[in-house]
Design a binder for this molecule. Structure first.
Ligand SMILES: Nc1ncnc2c1ncn2[C@@H]1O[C@H](COP(=O)(O)OP(=O)(O)OP(=O)(O)O)[C@@H](O)[C@H]1O
Length: 300
């Protein structure tokens, strides 16, 4: 169980994480999403005792990371890769195991698990990005922890590696572990995660199941109008909801295209375009985070 409560972390007076609260439950894979600079890594760094919070708390099974005895046996994390380039994969894992009172047989088991047994004697400096990711995952699994935290684990993995990781994460959650997985890739989350925690500018944007999010945004009406305020009032009056899409169109949910057009006509609101829109989870994510983009390409 991961509990984040009112967490705030500032850098030079600016909040990277701003009053954030959410839980991650055992037995699920929870996706942690947000645009660049949203505060995901900062949240994970505070959770893992690598940075101090300015307010609130981040707890693992009710404890702060720094109060855990043999932390590797409680939480495994893939954050920045790691491992000295001059060490071998096996040497690196043996060093970690020794520091945490973990037996050497676990080193061989996790090397097998991540598919690195045949290169265990090679130096990490010669590893590809994908091999480094696998080594980082092996390190996270070393202490057989109840909680796993992976920051962008898909980076550098080839399609086979991505599928392998997906199955591993599902299995770990199936064993009752708490699995938190950060990524920008909604398409990957759709296949791997049960729940999604979405943040933007350090704040919670959504805490929902994948199924709920898909249902909420599954279908709607995309509208272009020179009078967005007028349209908002019309839609609110008819019981629908509006959201602004990343491309400037207005997205109406809870109404079909004919109802939107008729309600707008009745109130004299001009529409330039009305289209039924079936959206993917990726679209839903983009709409959720459109207002919290810190860095976006092109003018918007
Ligand atoms: N050590 C630091 N010093 C100063 N500012 C920082 C530091 N770490 C993060 N920040 C700032 O905090 C904000 C949140 O960054 P963070 O890396 O947590 O976001 P993120 O969601 O992980 O982004 P990305 O998806 O790009 O990795 C950003 O504005 C970033 O510039």
């Amino acid at each position: 169980m991961i509990e984040i409560r009112d967490l705030t972390k500032r850098y030079r007076g600016r909040a990277a994480v701003d009053g954030l609260s959410f839980d991650v439950s055992p037995g699920t894979v929870t996706g942690f999403l947000g645009p660049n600079g949203a505060g995901k890594t900062t949240t994970l760094r505070v959770l893992l005792g690598l940075a101090d919070a300015d307010g609130g708390s981040a707890r693992l099974g009710g404890h702060r990371y720094r109060d855990l005895h043999r932390p590797l046996c409680h939480v495994g994390a893939l954050l920045d890769g790691g491992g000295h380039p001059g060490r071998t994969a096996r040497g690196h894992l043996r060093g970690m195991a020794a520091a945490n009172g973990i037996g050497r047989q676990r080193v061989e088991a996790v090397l097998d698990e991540v598919g690195l047994a045949s290169v265990a004697r090679r130096r990490i400096g010669g590893f590809s990005l994908g091999m480094r990711q696998r080594l980082g995952i092996a390190a996270a699994l070393l202490g057989d922890p109840a909680t796993l935290v992976f920051d962008e684990p898909v980076n550098g993995l080839d399609p086979d590696g991505v599928r392998w990781l997906r199955e591993l994460l599902r299995r770990l959650a199936g064993e009752g572990r708490t699995v938190l997985l950060s990524s920008h890739l909604m398409s990957e989350m759709e296949l791997t995660a049960d729940r999604l925690v979405v943040i933007g500018r350090g704040r919670l944007v959504a805490d929902t199941s994948v199924a709920e999010l898909a249902a909420r945004f599954s279908q709607g009406v995309s509208v272009r109008t020179p009078d967005p305020d007028g349209l908002s009032a019309v839609v609110a009056g008819a019981g629908g909801e509006v959201a602004t899409g990343p491309d400037g169109a207005i997205f109406v949910s809870g109404m079909d295209a004919a109802s939107v057009a008729e309600a707008a006509a009745a109130r004299g609101v001009i529409l330039h375009e009305v289209a039924t829109h079936r959206s993917t989870l990726e679209d839903a994510y983009l709409r959720l985070t459109a207002d919290s983009l810190e860095y976006s390409g092109g003018a918007s």
